[in-house]
Ligand binder design. Structure first.
Ligand code: NAD
Length: 481
């Protein structure tokens, strides 16, 4: 078992000032694979001070110079592909193919923001068109400063790439706090920083939980902006902490996203997209399309197609080729999901497929892929994020009803529309309150398109040029010519 009780500050591994340690699990084997520090607020002071010292030189580099480091980051991740895919698989319980997709997404993100950093040079000092004569105004984009980046456990390398790549591209220096549940994949980022010669203090990595690191980081007066991905409960606490000093926040929070299947859709094709939207990563996806709204005309064939696909899923060792679904990432998350399934039982919800339809592997934090039909809109299972392989479905009589129910949610992160007529899909998509709407396809997340939610799904956007803007402050130099 690895003892990883050190923090990465000023390009050095230094012992945490805290004494507590936390076990890191392999959720399939149910064994402790490492121990990491729980962190201490003094670690946060040290890391923020390091990032502050590094800021003047890092922000003074051109975007093109920072882009070179981001390209090197991407190259280093690509070189370590096999090792990192296995590490994510063992720490997260992700099947190898999914861990590979994550890593490729992260690499694409570092490369995309290398391009954005170069473009930023072209945008600096642009003349602003003015009505007033005899005055010149030029627009600059400055880094917001030292940023605190807090990530969850479901897609560690991806969620950190979406923050770190644009932050570094913008000229910010960073203190990154991975989830205490899955610290191992992101630990590699510190090793890569050393390997590629990233200047001292530009990236500091702190291991720990919410008490040791998360809350002190969000509240630290030296942190100019906090970018947080995780639960609504913690996101709200982060926002409160930032509000105390009027600091900027970006929040990527939960979801309860709908998938709408219209009567002209092919049920077999639709079933593939429904499956991909809920059982990928064992359903632990913020954008999981976990509410299925199917037109009553094709509800029965769709449920039948889903049942046969669920039966065909192989659950088991995520590190074995051919496994379709691994365990949930932690015992705690399995408990959370099982608590919802207990509510489903109490409410008498009708299962097309659940644990009674299959034998689960003897070891590992597994939850059976579950499909519940005719779920009332008043049920907690319909309204709340479950964050596991549980699909709640109900049929609708019309397009208008599908849209109304899709939007009747506190969340608005994503949605999928499945119908034969593309024009109709666009029309429906335009009426949905969601940051990403997929038309006749799987969850396609691209570095060039924005990511983020309406309503309680968060504040701000990651990815695309908006992801870079989140780390830039607009400044104008104005005066008579
Ligand atoms: P979480 O909120 O429990 O933890 C997220 C991070 O916050 C962890 O690093 C944790 O240690 C830290 N933290 C805990 N307490 C803190 C505090 N008081 N102050 C500051 N930081 C603190 O979330 P989780 O269980 O790790 O992740 C699952 C949640 O993340 C789900 O709700 C999911 O929808 C959401 N998520 C959203 C997106 C998105 O892009 N919108 C992406 C992935 C996950």
């Amino acid at each position: 078992m690895q003892q990883l009780d050190q923090q990465f500050i000023d390009n050095r591994w230094t012992p945490s000032r805290g004494e507590r340690c936390l076990p890191v699990m392999d959720p399939y084997r149910e064994v402790v694979i490492a121990e990491v520090s729980a962190g201490h607020p003094d670690d946060v002071d040290d890391a923020v001070a390091a990032a502050q010292r590094a800021l003047p030189a890092w922000r003074a580099l051109s975007g093109a110079e920072r882009a070179d480091y981001l390209e090197r980051f991407a190259d280093a991740l690509a070189r370590r592909r096999d090792e990192l895919v296995r590490l994510s698989s063992s720490n997260n319980g992700k099947v190898l193919a999914e861990a590979g997709i994550d890593l490729d997404d992260a690499i694409a993100c570092y490369r995309y923001y290398a391009g954005q950093a170069r473009e930023l040079d072209q945008r600096q000092g642009r003349l602003v068109e003015l009505e007033m004569a005899g005055v010149e105004a030029r627009c600059y984009h400055d880094p917001v400063g030292v940023v605190g980046l807090i990530t969850p456990w479901n897609f560690p390398l991806v969620t950190s790439a979406w923050k770190l790549a644009p932050a570094l591209a913008a000229g910010c220096t960073a203190v990154l706090k991975p989830s205490e549940v899955t610290p191992l994949p992101e630990r590699a980022l510190a090793e890569i920083a050393l390997e590629i010669g990233l200047p001292t203090g530009v990236l500091n990595l702190l291991f720990g939980d919410g008490v040791g690191i998360g809350a002190p980081l969000a509240a630290h007066p030296g942190i100019d902006k906090v970018s947080f991905t995780g639960s609504n409960r913690v996101g709200e606490a982060v926002m409160h902490a930032a509000a105390e000093r009027t600091a900027d926040v970006s929040l990527e929070l939960g979801g309860k996203s709908p998938i709408l299947v219209m009567e002209d859709a092919d049920p077999e094709q639709a079933a593939d997209w429904v499956m991909a939207g809920i059982y990928f990563n064992a359903g632990q996806i913020c954008s999981a399309t976990s509410r299925l709204l199917v037109h009553e005309a094709i509800a029965e064939p769709l449920y039948a197609a889903l049942a046969s696909r669920i039966d065909a899923l192989t659950l088991g060792d995520p590190q074995t080729e051919g496994t379709d679904m691994g365990p949930l990432t932690s015992a705690r998350q399995r408990e959370n999901v099982l608590a919802y399934l207990a509510v489903a039982e109490r409410e008498g919800l009708r299962a097309v497929r659940d644990a009674s339809h299959r034998q689960l592997p003897a070891k590992g934090y597994f939850v059976a892929p579950t499909l519940l039909r005719d779920v009332p809109t008043t049920s907690r299972l319909w309204q709340e994020e479950i964050f596991g392989p549980v699909l709640c479905a109900r049929s609708v009589a019309s397009e208008a009803e599908a849209i109304e129910l899709a939007n009747a949610s506190d969340f608005g992160l994503a949605a999928t529309v499945v119908c034969a007529d593309r024009q109709r899909a666009v029309r429906i998509g335009r009426q949905l309150q969601a940051g990403s709407v997929w038309l006749n396809g799987e969850q396609l997340v691209l570095p060039e398109t924005g990511w983020g939610g309406f309503k309680r799904s968060g504040i701000g956007r990651e990815l695309g040029p908006w992801g870079l803007s989140a780390y830039l402050a607009v400044k104008h130099l104005v005066g008579p010519i």
